[in-house]
Design a protein around this ligand. Structure first.
Ligand code: NIG
Ligand code: FE
Length: 425
């Protein structure tokens, strides 16, 4: 009998999402999540050793009683990968959100110097330690909601030192928490006030800062918010082309409020992902369906902003676009760290099935961070990132919402969350 570090047993379903470690699932495969009933997972040295029937794994592996995780009929899934967040920031925007709920448009708030720019003011004034403290709270909530790999973008300082400070804060957070953090440089979020009169100067500054980010190895990806009030597609192309030369992978915020052509630019540039896609046209859907760039849907954004124009997820999925889903956690357009909530909204308003949504927050989201071969599925050799949910089958991730279904989280092979029973006394 082989001895193991942890044995996860008695799952009504082990949802493996196996078979797509090399390339994201798309088309009919998007729902091919792979379910092992009455399943179990054996874990050793931080890796998944075996996945199969509970009976067999109990017979074949030896483990200390205290290292048995009994799911009691729950569902085991790969740890969630939140592949798009802006989790490092200072302050909040509850006031502006209240105005937004009374009808004031998001881009109008930004045009008037609020929105992203009001978070910039506060984030510039915050110390690195204060930023770590703020992000720690959200990251711990995310972990408790099943996220074991997390992307974090800069983009709320928009000056050389401040952007480096944000990325250093994200890295510091990664050191102290058990989850994996992947960082993205978003100096091209919007043009800050002091450069409004000279955009060219700001574009130069973004590239100078990008070079320093690479020198200090503070971020893997380079992102541009291509949108009215932010950067044109031409500007995004210039910046991203240079960023590629510096060695960054490319991500783009594309087609959020307007159909600009940014997503097609992403495909042309070989971007790892284009994110948002609320306003894609037919040509964009066709380009995405032929390319390898992942479409990252952020359904919590229209929900949070009280809008009705969700991304046409069903159309994109049927066209064969490889899709991922993320929270977009940020103080302005999506104040939630909850992947289960993003799944619930995706099923209702974006048109994905629960199986598709599960693949989109696990294996496909891992690919959107270049981690497809490392995490995102439950198969031998993968990093042992797992979530145990208190639900009878995986459809419940979409079906039941507004509470936290996560009972246990295992990250990098270690049990990092074990929810205690609620004591009603
Ligand atoms: O992904 N769209 C641009 N950036 C973020 C919002 C950031 C903010 O409002 O603070 C987004 O929605
Ligand atoms: Fe975003």
């Amino acid at each position: 009998m082989t001895s193991v570090d942890l044995l996860v047993i008695n799952a009504a379903e082990v949802v493996t999402c196996a078979g797509f470690s090399q390339a994201p699932a798309r088309g009919a495969d998007l729902s091919a999540v792979g379910v092992v009933r009455d399943g179990a997972v054996a874990i050793g040295d931080g890796r998944i050793l075996d996945v199969g029937a509970s009976d067999r794994l109990r017979r074949e592996y030896r483990v200390d009683e205290s290292k048995i995780v009994d799911c009691g009929g729950g569902v085991v899934l790969p740890g969630f990968v939140d592949c798009h967040t802006h989790m490092v920031f200072a302050g909040d925007r509850a006031d502006e959100w209240a105005e937004r709920m009374q009808g004031k448009p998001y881009l109008e708030i930004l045009k008037a110097g609020g929105g992203i720019l009001s978070t910039v003011k506060k984030t510039r004034a915050a110390s690195e330690a204060a930023l770590v403290a703020g992000a720690r709270r959200w990251a711990k909530l995310a972990l408790g909601l099943g996220t074991t790999t997390l992307e974090i973008k800069s983009g709320y300082c928009l000056d050389h030192d401040g952007e480096l400070k944000m990325l250093a804060a994200a890295r510091a957070l990664a050191e102290e928490l058990p989850l994996e953090v992947v960082t993205t440089f978003l100096g091209a979020h919007v043009v800050p006030k002091e450069h409004k009169a000279n955009r060219e100067k700001y574009l130069e500054l973004v590239l100078e800062t990008a070079a320093e980010v690479r020198r200090q190895n503070l971020a893997e990806y380079f992102d541009v918010f291509s949108e009215a009030e932010a950067f044109t597609v031409e500007e995004a192309e210039r910046l991203a082309t240079k960023a590629k030369e510096l060695g960054f992978g490319i991500k783009l915020h594309a087609e959020q409020f307007t159909a600009s052509g940014a997503a097609q630019l992403g495909v042309r540039l070989g971007a790892v992902s284009v994110d948002h896609l609320e306003h894609v046209d037919d040509a964009t859907v066709a380009a995405l369906s032929k390319g390898d760039t992942i479409g990252v849907l952020l359904p919590a954004v229209p929900f949070h902003l009280g809008m009705t124009d969700y991304a046409p997820g069903r159309r994109l999925a049927d066209a064969g676009v490889p899709l991922a889903i993320a929270t977009d956690m940020n103080p302005g357009s999506a104040c939630t760290p909850s992947i289960p909530m993003a799944i619930a909204i995706a099923c209702r308003s974006v048109g994905l099935t629960p199986s598709e949504a599960v693949m989109a927050v696990t294996q496909n989201a891992a690919h959107a961070l270049g981690r497809g071969a490392v995490t995102g599925s439950l198969e031998p050799g993968k990093r042992a990132d797992l979530v145990v949910c208190d639900v009878p089958d995986h459809r419940w991730l979409g079906y039941a919402f507004g509470y936290n279904p996560v009972r246990t989280v295992i990250a990098k092979g270690k049990r990092v969350l074990k929810r205690e029973e609620l004591l009603l006394c």
